[in-house]
Design a protein around this ligand. Structure first.
Ligand code: HEM
Length: 287
């Protein structure tokens, strides 16, 4: 074999080894990203269904026993005697909260999408419609009755409602255009924005568990810098993490994929802590 031929063989061989390694680490990092996303999703669903169980058992219980004033054991502005429309809005809000907490995660499960596409479309329509009613009804409640968390809380939850409606519109638009990849991304953003109030609860309870005291807010007025921050962070931080996750899925850089997978696992562990604290401190004692 000539020297040139040998050099060529080594070079080709070297390149092929190199690209095999690259391919292997690319697919390993892709697997890691997939596994960490699944872990995040499983923990989220478990936590949201615990919240749903609390809504169904606690609010369902007091409502069906005819004790509407029982809502006020938790909500400062729940039942207001004589305000029929406002009370109806709250009752509707609780029922629809249950619908989305149970039905939302089902939309993101790939097996359901591929084996039961009709269910996906049916449940999707209900989810989108409910997202609009919950947001518009929530805005009505916030601006007619006020909200725990004071003046800034009104703006942060209102922005959450606006984002929910925008994301719902985008998810539907891309589903109609049959652009499935873009549809899925908007649907995930919608799911996250819809989870804002849930993230608020687990974030607050994690904070309290860590500090063992109400740091950064006044527990009597339920106002203060930490709660103002959390009011926006409840959806902006998870949405920012989703953007990083999308960028990692598109990236060809295995190190970036691995870094985001690791970040997701750490955040999921923190969420599990918050779910534990919220379940023990708020949800389970009331059901
Ligand atoms: C989209 C998902 C949502 C779910 C699952 C949800 C769930 C709930 C639940 C369970 C409560 C009762 C309070 C408790 O026991 O913790 C509640 C109260 C309330 N929600 Fe929502 N909600 C959602 C979205 C919204 C939005 C977008 C707004 C505002 C624009 C909103 C405004 C309110 C208000 C004002 C109350 C009464 C709070 C009070 O009187 O202190 N909710 N929600």
């Amino acid at each position: 074999m000539s020297e040139a031929a040998i050099t060529k063989t080594i070079a080709v061989d070297g390149v092929s080894h190199h690209s095999t390694n690259q391919l292997a680490s690319h697919s390993t990092s892709r697997d890691w990203l997939g596994h960490s996303a699944k872990l995040w999703f499983a923990v989220t669903v478990m936590g949201q269904w615990l919240f749903a169980a609390y809504v169904a058992i606690f609010y369902g219980g007091v409502t069906f026993s005819g004790d509407l004033a029982g809502w006020n054991k938790v909500m400062p502005h729940g039942y207001v005697a004589g305000d029929t429309i406002g009370n109806l809005a709250v009752g509707m809000h609780l029922f629809l909260a249950l619908v989305v907490l149970i039905g939302g995660p089902l939309q993101l499960i790939p097996q359901i999408r591929s084996y039961a596409p009709k269910f996906h479309r049916f449940n999707g329509r209900i989810y989108i419609l409910t997202a609009f009613i919950l947001s518009l009804g929530g805005l009505f409640m916030v601006w007619t009755r006020g909200v725990a968390g004071g003046e800034i809380g009104k703006y942060s939850i209102s922005l959450n409602a606006i984002l929910i409606m925008m994301f719902a519109g985008m998810a539907v638009y891309h589903a109609i255009k049959r652009d499935i990849k873009t549809h899925r991304r908007w649907a995930l953003r919608l799911f996250i924005a819809m989870g804002g109030v849930w993230f608020f609860r687990i974030g607050l309870m994690l904070w309290l568990m860590v500090h063992q005291a109400p740091v950064g807010f006044d527990p009597k007025t339920f106002e203060g810098p930490f709660l103002s921050f959390l009011g926006f962070a409840q959806y902006l931080i998870p949405l920012a993490v989703a953007q990083l996750y999308f960028a990692a899925s598109d990236s060809k850089n295995p190190k970036y994929k691995l870094a985001i997978s690791l970040g997701l696992v750490v955040l999921t562990l923190a969420m599990a802590g918050g779910i534990f604290a919220a379940s023990m401190g708020m949800w389970l004692p009331r059901i």
